[in-house]
Design a protein around this ligand. Sequence first.
Ligand code: AMP
Ligand code: ZN
Length: 113
Amino acid sequence: MTDCLFCKIIAGEVPSTKVYENDKVYAFRDIAPQAPEHVVIVPKTHIACANEITAENSRAVADVFEAIPIIAKEVGVDKTGYRIVNNCGADAGQTVLHLHFHLLGGTVGGKMY
Ligand code: AMP
Ligand code: ZN
């Protein structure tokens, strides 16, 4: 995807503060953090949003979730706890159309639902 911000971040064409990377997943600090620890986790394969997850590409979602415990430990919230958020579509406020999961930690806000 030539015009996708997160594809450009993965490719290193747009700078980011990397937290974690493997061959399937890239994780970086959110530019506008909403919690003391706010990491954006993306599959390296371009999937626009949760609506586009299929049996054929869902391995990318598992790859993200397998990376989450490693990333949580890396930023020091594995013991204290964290929230994983995915926004899909306009009503959820999705602003970047490349599937991503927010890891939000270090917060004292209680539950959001
Ligand atoms: P969403 O609103 O769920 O689509 O999440 C997109 C997130 O990407 C927002 O939290 C933005 O703050 C974040 N973001 C946008 N541009 C950048 C960037 N260049 N580097 C890091 N995070 C970004
Ligand atoms: Zn993309």
